[in-house]
Design a protein around this ligand. Sequence first.
Ligand SMILES: [Zn+2]
Length: 225
Amino acid sequence: MQTPFIDIHTHMPKLDDHLIQIVNLELEAPCPEQGYYSYGIHPWALDNAGFQIETTMKRLEERLQSPNVVALGEAGLDKMHKASFERQMILFERQIALSEALQKPMILHDVRCHNEIIALRKKHKAKQAWILHGFNGTEQDVKQLIGQGISLSVGEALLHPERKIYAAFPAIDLDFLFLETDMAEVGIQKVYESAARILETDIKTLQSRILENFKQIFLDNSQNS
Ligand SMILES: [Zn+2]
């Protein structure tokens, strides 16, 4: 069997036998019976009219019960967004606690909050895997985050040599690497091609490394719980 491409975070489900996706769903959307999914409360949701933390958390907890939901996310912190940072912290900490209680890894949204995220991982002594998605940081950020056991997922930024991550990408330890498309129209194959080119490796090697990472975090985990 051909090694599949893994798209660790996308909002656009695609039917393709050689592709494994973790599709991010809205809390309102029921979970399909096939495939892998994630549900979370994005920090931007705090801005929605009538947002209520208790009812939303309760719905999230229900959604996470499904065996096809392999991760809690996106959840996280965003310093560029207007939602109060204090409320973002409360919401994020509630989700960290839920991820630990239900043993579901987290997919993180992080805009200029590496330090806070690392501090919270320590504070909660989090054991679940955390994958910081849409990563576009420097080599120093890479070392800091991976040093705390946080995996990094990179997307279509790899197609743009002027982005920060392009130069920092080879610093990512392959055991902590994922690739994604998120909202981008570009196919995951293009992201793998670019990643392989930057790392001077071949796509097949990258596919098997990332498949191993996926199995370790998402498949072993659901079997244990
Ligand atoms: Zn996303």
